[in-house]
Every structure is written in structure tokens, then in C-alpha cells.
Design a protein around this ligand. Structure first.
Ligand code: AMP
Ligand code: MN
Ligand code: MN
Ligand code: MN
Length: 291
């Protein structure tokens, strides 16, 4: 188990804002050379049993996964959980509570888009949501592409749905402490997802990692589809300085939208401790094909 294995520990299915099923993702991960996989739907573990079964069927080692939305110093931050017990009741109820405000928020987003002349966005977005409880900005983005308002989802997030732009609605997610505790108490390891994506000052970022570690967080996503090569290097150094294990994941959502394919990332820098080294006992090994 070293940093050279092709681990992809971050992607989304139709159960959150991806466009493929857990079974299609497992097959696609395998076809692209992944050997250790985790499905990390937003705020939802409802796809975990299917993902684990699909992984076993195509010969992938599997870690349970989730990507929890939290609010920290006024910004949305994502905490990935890996290797937890997906049946854990506290985690399940916590996630259910986190999902709770999404329908109301979606309605407010649609109302705000209507003010700039974009009609029918609630129903339009809902059409793309495989899981109604998980209606997200990604589903709105697909509707804005479908209706020709934008040419792709990247343009959507430049012009709409983000802070200060039409369709953005402030939302209060879980707390950092809750998210990390749910994951840890369910036997898993918490990871700060794509740290370069946040707009924190150096002091705020330091506070994020200090509090995260204080609550028992142990990992940082270093190699992710959301980071440039330079950002990977910056956060590799930071992971080492802070004594955090490193994770690797594409954040794949859709063949049509994602710039980074499953498994198609550089390896973790060798000096880092991969999260999967700490999660050895939590990996569900693919059955030996000879047996
Ligand atoms: P939500 O959980 O509803 O706030 O939606 C967040 C999701 O929107 C993320 O998980 C991404 O899939 C997508 N997203 C957010 N911001 C961007 C962005 N700037 N570029 C592309 N996708 C984004
Ligand atoms: Mn997403
Ligand atoms: Mn994320
Ligand atoms: Mn993600």
C-alpha cells in the first residue's frame, strides 16, 4: 500500500449531483485503472451499499465515502469522510438534517433567477436531480445550459449561483465540529476537500486546519481535480507541515462536464502519508477472481 496505487477517493453519482449511477461509476473507474475507489456523494450515504457491491463486482477495493457541506467563517467548506460505517445512526441523522434546507434554498434560488428573467428554474433543476432531497447548484447549472443561458456549467458558475451573482442564496450547513465528529464516531477519517477552492485569508485557513485537527480531522485532499499543479505542490507542503495524511480524488461528476477523468490524476507526492495507509483495516477488498 503505497502512494503509487491508483486511488480515486472523490466522485459523485446520481444520488447527489453526478450523472452516472454508482454501478456506472464503478465500471468507469475500473476501466480507467483505478484500484481503490470511494463514492463521495454530497451529504448522503444512500448510495454506499450499491457502490460497495458494484466495486466488488468489477474487482475494485472500496472505502465508504461522503462529502459533507459545512459552514466555516461564513464560507461553505467540504469535508470528505472515508472508511466509516455507512449504517451509523448519528451520521445518518446528521446528514439528513444537513440535507433538510435544500428544497427551500432551491426555491429561493429560482426566485432570484426569475428576477433576472430566468423562468422555471426550480422545476428545471429538479428534473436533473436524481434525489429530490439533494437538489443542488449543479442541477440549476444544467438547466441554465439546457436553456442556452450559458454554454457550459463552468460559465454558469462564473456568471450565476456564486456569491454576489444571480441565483446565489446564502446557506448555513453543518458545523466543522459536527461533520468531523460524525465521521470519526462512525469509525472513519475526515479530510478537508479541495482546500485551494476556498477564499480564506492565510489566518482563516490556518484556523480551519487548526480547528479541524482539534476535532480529530486527519486528512487533506492534496491531489484533486480542483487543484492546479502549483496548488497540489502548495498543499502537499502544508499537509506535511501540519502532519495531515493526504488524499487523492478526481471529484468526477459527469463525462460531459468534468475536466478530470476518474483515476486520471498525478500520484500523491511520495513524502506524504496517503490516507489509505491509515485506513488499511477499513478497506473492503475486492474478492479474489480465482476464488
Ligand atoms: P451546492 O451543494 O448546492 O452548493 O452545490 C455545490 C456543487 O456545485 C459543487 O459540489 C460542484 O459540483 C458545483 N460547483 C460549485 N461551484 C462551482 C464552480 N465554481 N465551478 C464548477 N462547479 C461548481
Ligand atoms: Mn458537486
Ligand atoms: Mn466539493
Ligand atoms: Mn465533490
Amino acid at each position: 500500500m503505497n502512494s503509487a496505487i491508483n486511488a480515486d477517493l472523490h466522485c459523485h453519482s446520481v444520488i447527489s449531483d453526478g450523472t452516472l449511477t454508482p454501478e456506472q461509476l464503478a465500471q468507469r473507474a475500473r476501466d480507467h485503472g483505478v484500484t481503490l475507489w470511494a463514492l463521495t456523494d454530497h451529504d448522503e450515504v444512500g448510495g454506499q451499499a450499491r457502490a460497495a457491491a458494484a466495486a466488488a463486482a468489477v474487482g475494485l477495493d472500496y472505502l465508504t465515502g461522503v462529502e459533507i457541506s459545512i459552514t466555516f467563517l461564513g464560507q461553505t467548506v467540504h469535508i470528505v469522510g472515508l472508511g466509516f460505517d455507512a449504517e451509523d445512526a448519528t451520521l445518518w441523522h446528521g446528514l439528513q438534517r444537513t440535507r433538510g434546507g435544500r428544497a427551500q434554498r432551491a426555491q429561493e434560488m429560482a426566485d432570484d433567477l426569475a428576477r433576472v428573467g430566468i423562468k422555471g428554474a426550480f422545476e428545471g433543476a429538479l428534473k436533473y436531480a436524481g434525489n429530490r432531497d439533494l437538489i443542488s447548484r449543479t442541477h440549476f447549472a444544467r438547466y441554465l445550459v439546457e436553456t442556452g443561458v450559458c454554454k457550459d456549467t463552468y460559465e454558469v458558475f462564473r456568471k450565476y449561483l456564486t456569491e454576489g451573482k444571480p441565483g446565489f442564496v446564502e446557506h448555513r450547513w453543518a458545523s466543522l465540529k459536527d461533520a468531523v465528529s460524525w465521521i470519526r464516531d462512525a469509525g472513519g477519517l475526515a479530510v478537508v476537500a479541495h482546500p485551494a477552492r476556498y477564499k480564506f485569508s492565510a489566518n482563516e485557513e490556518f484556523a480551519l486546519f487548526t480547528e479541524f485537527k482539534g476535532h480529530g480531522g486527519q486528512g487533506m485532499e492534496v491531489v484533486t481535480g480542483s487543484h492546479t499543479v502549483a496548488e497540489c505542490a502548495t498543499y502537499a507542503d502544508m499537509a506535511q507541515e501540519l502532519g495531515l495524511a493526504a488524499s487523492r480524488g478526481s471529484d468526477f461528476h459527469s463525462p460531459d462536464e468534468s475536466r478530470v477523468e476518474l483515476g486520471a490524476l498525478p500520484p500523491l507526492p511520495e513524502q506524504l502519508t496517503p490516507v489509505w495507509q491509515l485506513l488499511e483495516a477499513r478497506i473492503r477488498r475486492a474478492p479474489d477472481p480465482a476464488e
